[in-house]
Design a protein around this ligand. Structure first.
Ligand code: DON
Length: 349
């Protein structure tokens, strides 16, 4: 199970809005205080440049659908977006072409296997199953609007900037480092091509995908990007519509099923929110209609998800009442009283 410690933390029911700002501030401070000393997990090093991250970095930002931000810690430290980009590129492609076409080509179901699994692709006749694993993300990047790799890149860079509300830069060191070591992704792209499921030249598509993963963001950025999906596709800070309401809904459904890879079920069970993690240590979790939580802390668990991020998100999901599955009884007055129930004025409590 996930490294959360929810025992004894009261589960508030999900209601229509976030609690008042001072309560959110208090809980964000408490989450940071509670987990900043946790040093479990290890920093990703299969992309060599990522190993240079400071193990102690820890930022939390809550962005609401009215454009408000509550943040603490290292929320301005840039890190490469990595797999979190998959969610937003998927949303852009669905917005451009409709989710039916992408759904058929890429799917929405969990593979039950790690994000870079080759076996998953073989077991499913070359179907990537969903756009959050590397195979599905590479196939999705191939579908991005644009005749050439450069044009596709422009579409991605412009689209992700609209989600964040500011221009994002590529970390060239991370891009070069991953490009020199991504033979597995290149193999996945060739395998997709062999099954007739890659639209384009594999090397070029993997290069665009690697570049999208190298875009620099902060915990604040990913919170705003998530809040855009929570806000029916409108960036709540800039007021700009980025994708449609339908695309926001569909993207969140895909994140709920696959955002934390083979551990997505556990995540939903414990945290109850659509979310997406990345190997640099970011996690964005989205509460539809309310806002999003962006966390950043580099040390990861065995599945590649930030340990402090998981814990802080679990704490905030509970205390802010974000878990989508948590309801509270409407109250005795809403339930028809059985014949034996005493009339209200006869009750002692
Ligand atoms: O393709 C890769 O392996 C990386 N660019 C992204 C992987 C990633 O972020 C997985 N996340 N937990």
């Amino acid at each position: 199970m996930f490294e959360t410690d929810t025992e004894g933390i009261r589960q508030e029911a999900a209601t229509g809005a976030l609690p008042a700002r001072d309560r959110v501030e208090q809980l964000v401070r408490a989450a940071h205080e509670r987990y900043r000393g946790v040093d479990a997990g290890s920093v990703a090093d299969y992309i060599p440049a990522l190993a240079e991250a400071d193990h102690g970095w820890f930022g939390i930002c809550v962005a609401d659908t009215a454009g408000g931000l509550v943040e603490i810690g290292d929320t301005g430290v840039p890190f490469s977006i990595q797999s979190i980009s998959k969610a937003f590129v998927y949303a852009l492609v669905c917005d451009a072409f409709g989710h039916e076409r992408i759904g058929e080509l890429v799917g929405v179901d969990n593979t039950g296997l790690p994000f870079n699994s080759v076996i998953a692709l073989e077991l499913n006749g070359g179907h990537p199953m969903n756009p959050m694993v590397n195979a599905g993300a590479i196939a999705t990047t191939a579908l991005v609007a644009g005749e050439t790799a450069d044009a596709k890149w422009e579409t991605i860079a412009r689209g992700l900037a609209r989600f964040a509300g500011r221009a994002l830069e590529v970390d060239d060191r991370v891009f070069t480092s991953e490009s020199e070591t991504n033979s597995r992704n290149q193999a996945i792209a060739r395998l997709l091509q062999s099954y007739g499921r890659l639209d384009g030249e594999p090397g070029e598509i993997v290069e665009v995908y690697t570049r999208q993963c190298s875009l620099l963001v902060t915990a604040r950025d990913i919170a705003i990007m998530g809040a855009t999906l929570a806000d029916g596709g409108v960036n709540p800070v800039t007021g700009e519509r980025v994708v449609s309401e339908e695309v926001s809904r569909d993207t969140l459904a895909v994140l709920a099923a696959n955002g934390l890879y083979e551990r997505s079920g556990e995540w939903l069970f414990q945290i109850g929110l659509p979310a997406k993690s990345g190997v640099s240590g970011g996690i964005v979790s989205i509460a539809p209609g309310k806002g999003a939580i962006g966390t950043f802390a580099p040390p990861l668990d065995a599945a590649g998800n930030s340990v402090r991020g998981e814990r802080a998100t679990a704490y905030l999901s509970r205390t802010l009442g974000l878990n989508l599955f948590a309801s509270a009884a409407v109250g005795a007055s809403a339930v028809p009283a059985p014949a034996s129930t005493p009339a209200p004025d006869e009750r002692t409590v």
